[in-house]
Design a protein around this ligand. Structure first.
Ligand code: FE2
Ligand code: FE2
Length: 317
């Protein structure tokens, strides 16, 4: 497929719209299962020929570095969520929930394979290096990322493995996995990367595959919202659990979404909003909480500080 959209003819905007529509009218677990049957795609069908040539072409170091950080973060993240999902299946009280999550495990594995192909065929990392990339991801991504993917997520999964009947823990786990990680962190990165590549008209194979990844994620997020909605309906105490779980994670999340200092001058020059990602997180979480049936305020992120010397430079220009 060489068209610059997914072979299912959807753009990232359409995928995001699917989530927004789902939040208005929550699908059932079986709706989401049948959606999965209809929305199959294959990593092996993607054509990375043009992408590879474009990656090998001259590219400023800073841009290369920034893109690599994004790929590393997503690749390591897909591995982490693949490795931690199975205890959620056993802990789900209903068969239709377990049936859906089984499809999600296959999706997450497919996302790992997608990035594996991208790293080997386009970025030119061989299989051995791919394993090492994961160790490297922790260097690239910083402490909040490591806390979420390498501490909190495995801790919750281990807890669920030991206590599959602990519904409080399952509610927290779904809040972390489907709402915070998939519904805020991943969705922001997906939308930003896909919009940028489309604007620049680059990486057609990646655009196609990553849009397919995002479409898979839209089902996962809606599953999480549906599950938490049902839990809150069953007992209001879960609403407090969810809010108490999210709140302490917010300051770190907003900081994680800020650009690193070296990218700030370029972003200001091209008129980009330094706070695009933290604002996206806040509004994504707000909309999901509302759909779950929770009245709670998610604070707006504070503006990203501009370093003093940069302020002086901007004032001089
Ligand atoms: Fe995924
Ligand atoms: Fe997912």
């Amino acid at each position: 497929m060489s068209n610059h959209q997914s072979y299912q003819g959807q753009t990232i905007e359409a995928v995001v719209q699917t989530i927004d529509d789902g939040l208005e009218r929550l699908p059932t677990y079986m709706d989401l299962y049948f959606r999965w049957e209809r929305q199959q795609w294959k990593v092996q069908d993607l054509d990375f020929t043009v992408d590879k040539a474009q990656w090998l072409a001259e590219m400023p170091d800073l841009m290369r570095q920034s893109r690599m950080a994004g790929y590393n973060g997503f690749y390591a993240g897909e591995i982490a969520v693949t490795d931690t999902l199975t205890p959620y299946i056993a802990a789900m009280p209903r068969l239709d929930q377990r049936v859906f999550l089984t499809t999600q495990v296959a999706d997450e594995a497919r996302h790992v394979v997608f990035f594996d192909r991208w790293f080997r065929e386009v970025l030119g990392k061989d299989a051995a290096v791919v394993g090492d990339q994961m160790a490297k991801a922790s260097e690239f991504m910083g402490s909040y990322y490591n806390f979420i993917f390498y501490k909190l997520l495995p801790e919750v999964a281990d807890g669920l493995r030991r206590h599959p009947n602990d519904m409080n823990l399952l509610v927290e786990g779904v809040t972390l996995y489907m709402i915070l990680i998939e519904g805020a962190m991943a969705l922001a990165g997906q939308q930003r990367m896909l919009q940028l590549y489309k604007q620049m008209d680059i990486f057609p194979g990646f655009q196609e595959g990553f849009t397919d990844v995002a479409r898979d994620e839209s089902r996962h997020v809606l599953f999480g919202v549906r599950f938490l909605y049902d839990m809150v309906q069953s007992d209001n105490k879960y609403a407090y659990r969810i809010v108490d779980f999210i709140n302490p994670l917010l300051p770190g999340l907003y900081d994680f979404g800020r650009p690193s200092p070296e990218f700030i001058p370029g972003m200001l020059k091209t008129g980009q909003d330094l706070d695009w990602t933290p604002k996206f997180y806040a509004s994504a979480l707000r909309r999901k909480l509302r759909a779950i049936g929770i009245q709670a305020s998610i604070p707006e992120p504070t503006p990203t500080p501009i370093p003093a010397e940069l302020q002086a430079m901007l004032a001089a220009n």
